[in-house]
Ligand binder design. Structure first.
Ligand code: PLP
Length: 389
């Protein structure tokens, strides 16, 4: 009899336990959406945004600050530019310059990530991509664009005032297509990422709010580089103007770029310009995607929200990239490495306990033939102090 009541007690405990477990699982499934794996999406374009954030443990432990990377490299075409490319196309569709299901081309002049994002999204949405770029663009980027089926127009590297410079070449190609199809049977748009306001707006509407939510509103420092200026302008405008966060916004600038002096001293100038020699590239650095010597509409939009700029040398970026790879398993591109160097400097200024976010725009795999060809030679036992010199 005693044995029987013990057994029934045990079976009741098991039943109640499984009921509780079932209820907990249902609760998890229905209400704990943040921990849930996301539902299947309807197409590749829906995978853009909502990127992950990760703590950079090595830099956080060394500085006493909490340093986080917003992993824009997790977007489907591998960079933050997916957001921009999709928004540019959506805005063109709103204006009727592109129509889903009808022939349409997107033209852009870019040596970098934007072309790859445009090519991928055009494929997903049924459009064609036409990308003009300098003829010395890295082989992996060319191969990627060609593999995605984009029409690639290689031009000689030239200054922005030259009509054959790659951005001008893209605009011209778009105008030619529109002239040849005046009846509107084939549509076309020039993406114009430097001047197009769809660029900063998408960071204002998505990247900024995501960062704010992921950090639960507690952000003391935000760091990004500046190519078009879309990311730094959109995110800092959101954080400071809309969300009212009092954080320090820092523009991390590579050697040879003019933003450092523009932000800190009000003049767009780099000392290498005084040499008076014609340089092949506008900004002499191994870093790709950031640094410029002209003011763009997207930069101007957020300039008042940028508090200071930190200049980072190519060697510091190479060392930091290797350091993050070896110590954190973070294999990042050159602009992310620049941001990480600036983060260590900002952490020292803001002090222990401060919370800093950097943009991790793309992965190291985009940079194997140039930046990582040198970074891979850096000693893996390098200390953080050595990397910062
Ligand atoms: C790798 C990389 N990092 C950073 C940036 C800078 O972003 P933004 O153009 O928003 O200033 C770019 C821009 O092309 C880029 O390609």
């Amino acid at each position: 009899m005693g044995q029987h009541s013990n057994l029934s007690l045990l079976s009741s405990v098991v039943t109640v336990g499984s009921l509780l477990f079932g209820a907990y699982s249902t609760y998890q499934l229905l209400y704990c959406k943040s921990d849930e794996i996301s539902k299947p999406k309807d197409g590749v374009e829906e995978l853009i945004g909502n990127t992950q954030m990760v703590k950079i443990r090595s830099l956080s432990n060394a500085t006493g600050a909490e340093i986080y990377a917003k992993l824009e490299l997790g977007n489907p075409a591998g960079s933050a530019k997916d957001r921009v490319a999709l928004n540019i196309i959506k805005m063109a569709e709103k204006r009727g310059d592109l129509v889903r299901g009808e022939p349409g081309w997107v033209f852009e002049g870019t040596s970098g990530s934007t072309g790859i994002s445009i090519a991928m999204i055009c494929n997903a949405l049924g459009y064609r991509a036409h990308i003009s770029l300098p003829d010395d663009t890295s082989l992996e980027k060319l191969a990627l664009l060609e593999s995605l089926g984009a029409t690639v127009n290689k031009v000689k590297p030239a200054s922005i005032v030259d009509p054959n410079q790659y951005v001008n070449a893209a605009k011209k190609a778009c105008e030619t297509l529109l002239r040849e199809n005046e009846d509107g049977s084939v549509k076309g748009v020039f993406a114009d990422q430097f001047e197009n306001e769809a660029n900063w707006r998408v960071h204002y509407e998505t990247t900024g709010p995501e960062i704010y939510k992921q950090m639960e509103g507690r952000i003391d420092g935000f760091i990004a580089g500046c190519g078009t200026g879309g990311t730094i302008s959109g995110v800092s405008k959101y954080l400071k103007e809309k969300a009212n966060v009092s954080c320090k916004v820092v523009l991390a600038d590579p050697q040879g770029s003019g933003f450092y002096n523009r932000i800190n001293h009000g003049v767009m100038y780099d000392f290498v310009e005084k040499e008076g020699t014609r340089r092949r590239h506008q900004v002499d650095t191994i870093i790709e995607g950031i640094g410029l010597n002209r003011i763009t509409k997207n930069f101007r939009k957020g300039e008042t929200f940028i508090d200071s700029s930190i200049r980072v040398s190519d060697q510091q970026a190479l060392d930091m990239a290797k350091y993050l790879s070896v110590n954190d398993g973070l294999f990042v591109g050159s602009s992310t490495a620049i941001n990480a160097v600036a983060a260590v400097k900002l952490a020292k200024e803001l002090g222990p306990g401060s919370r800093i976010v950097i943009i991790a725009c793309d992965s190291g795999s985009r940079h194997l033939s140039k930046f990582w060809k040198e970074a891979r030679e850096v000693n893996r036992d390098l200390t953080l102090e050595q990397a910062m010199h």
